[in-house]
Design a binder for this molecule. Sequence first.
Ligand SMILES: [Zn+2]
Ligand SMILES: [Zn+2]
Length: 356
Amino acid sequence: MAKDYYNVLGIERSASKDDIKKAFRKLAHKHHPDKKGGDEAKFKEVSEAYSILSDDKKRAQYDSYGRVFSDGQGFGGQQGDFSGFDFSGFNQGFNFEDIDLGDIFGDFFSGGGQRVKRGRDVSIDIELSFEESVFGTERKVLVHKTSVCDVCRGSGGEGGETSICEKCNGKGKVNEVRKSFLGSVAVMRECEICHGRGKVPKKKCSTCHGVGVAERRSEINIKIPVGIEDGEMIRMSQEGEAVPGGISGDLYVKIHVKKHSAFTKQGHDLVTTLNVRLTDALLGNKYTIHTLDGDIIVKVPETVTFGEILRVKERGVPYPDGKSRGNLLIKIVIELPKKLSRKAKDAIEKLREEGV
Ligand SMILES: [Zn+2]
Ligand SMILES: [Zn+2]
């Protein structure tokens, strides 16, 4: 049967976060194991109750199910497991006033640094020509960042032989005494010698000096998919900064597309304009259009009107499946002559007589 955490803290089920915090402070102070009359078992119990009820998610689970499901961190469901928390490190100095509970509990209950370390994300900007944005491309860029050492492939050693880290005795973690509102507290932190691996290379890699990562310029090959839009972001998993003993962050590539003098994009359609002479608009003609991928001949039908759109299939932006493309939309602009010769005027007069 699970404990009644509300009872442990002596509060109502409706207690506010503030009530919970106050009750905990009072009881933690009272039962602190290093205090005269202190009670380690009670102190643990109180701390456990607090860790559940001060966390909205865990409190909700506890209220609904009477227990908290372990999330693999801290002692959510494993009652009383104070991994990473050493009571022997307490001393007499209490200072409840100026240290935030969240700080110290972040350390107590985070499971002693079991979270996977992750390197920083890196973001870069890339400018593409309009054509590259339509048809896709590949770019090699040099990014200056902390990367996995390419000589030892992150192991930090030469030859792959390792020995137990003497500093942490192979645990990967070491105790550190920190000042807190409960006095000095021993918390676990990652060993700085082996970076949490617990092992050190027998012979250090000379390139990264045994760290496993090194700052350098890395060439990254970026595949730009077809039809990418200006302002879109490509996320490249684990191409960001590396950390020793952890996983790399991500690389974010922000795309900027240069404008084209003749074409714009509308979804998968490419849009352009075609200037046709007045007589061609009336009688029809063939025009050559320089598309992004080669010239095509389009037939302008007779009596085409201003703003009419001619559609050429399969000449637009490719679809990702590589099988089909959008359309090329050609918007007709009729160019009226700036000046008319005597002969031209006579001819047009005849048209007028015909009622055109
Ligand atoms: Zn190396
Ligand atoms: Zn170590």
